[in-house]
Design a protein around this ligand. Structure first.
Ligand code: HEC
Ligand code: HEC
Ligand code: HEC
Length: 135
């Protein structure tokens, strides 16, 4: 009842499945690539640091903007203090998009990549569009 052929075939299929992510990336090229984002104020003194460390922003910015919204709308609490004592107005348009002035080249690059489309801009103004006369 010992069938070497079947065991080897089974092992080969198992290996193909378990290494799928590796060779899929090698063949496809695109799958693991990070989107290119533009940090507009990277070299601008006073604006070369985000409101929280970049690695925290990368994972938690969606929670931060929701928190800001709640604090502003419910408690009229409009000032955000950073750990190193800087102060910012809690505002999407006037703060986030003041430094990240090119929404297309920043926010949208990542959002398109992961397939999210925040509805915030139905109401909040994108200064870029305003300048172009879209809104
Ligand atoms: C239906 C319209 C509408 C939508 C959609 C909307 N907001 Fe707002 N938001 C408002 C209004 C009105 C205020 C209050 C403005 C004020 O008092 O300064 C506000 C205030 C805020 C504020 C604080 C003030 C400011 O200037 O930014 C933040 C932050 C905010 N919203 C975040 C968001 C986020 C994030 C989203 C998307 C997930 C969103 N909002 C979607 C209407 C909207
Ligand atoms: C004072 C200017 C400034 C403000 C205001 C600002 N940012 Fe940033 N942000 C930066 C800079 C500069 C970096 C890059 C920092 C680094 O790489 O060390 C950055 C990084 C980020 C990143 C990480 C990007 C990456 O490298 O993956 C996200 C996400 C982000 N910001 C979102 C926001 C959001 C959302 C707001 C509003 C709540 C905001 N930023 C407000 C300047 C700013
Ligand atoms: C480095 C990549 C990156 C950048 C840059 C970035 N985001 Fe995001 N953002 C994400 C990811 C990833 C998600 C989705 C997370 C999830 O699916 O829960 C997200 C989700 C959000 C959400 C919640 C959307 C929802 O429907 O749940 C908001 C609001 C948001 N981002 C605002 C912004 C704003 C404003 C900017 C520009 C100032 C920005 N983000 C820049 C990666 C980024």
């Amino acid at each position: 009842m010992f069938d070497g052929g079947k065991i080897i075939t089974g092992l080969i299929i198992f290996l193909i499945i378990i290494t799928f992510p590796v060779w899929y990336n090698a063949v496809n090229g695109q799958a693991g690539e990070r989107p290119e984002i533009e940090i507009a104020t990277k070299d601008t003194p006073g604006k070369n640091e985000c409101v929280l460390p970049a690695d925290v922003m990368r994972t938690d910015h969606m929670d931060l903007v929701m928190q800001w919204r709640d604090e502003v709308v419910r408690h009229d609490d409009r000032t955000f203090k950073t750990e190193n004592g800087r102060e910012f107005t809690k505002s999407l348009t006037h703060t986030c998009l003041d430094c990240h002035s090119n929404k297309d080249a920043f926010c949208d690059q990542c959002h398109n990549y992961v397939g999210v489309d925040p509805y915030c801009w139905d109401c909040h103004i994108v200064p870029q569009d305003f300048e172009k006369g879209v809104k």
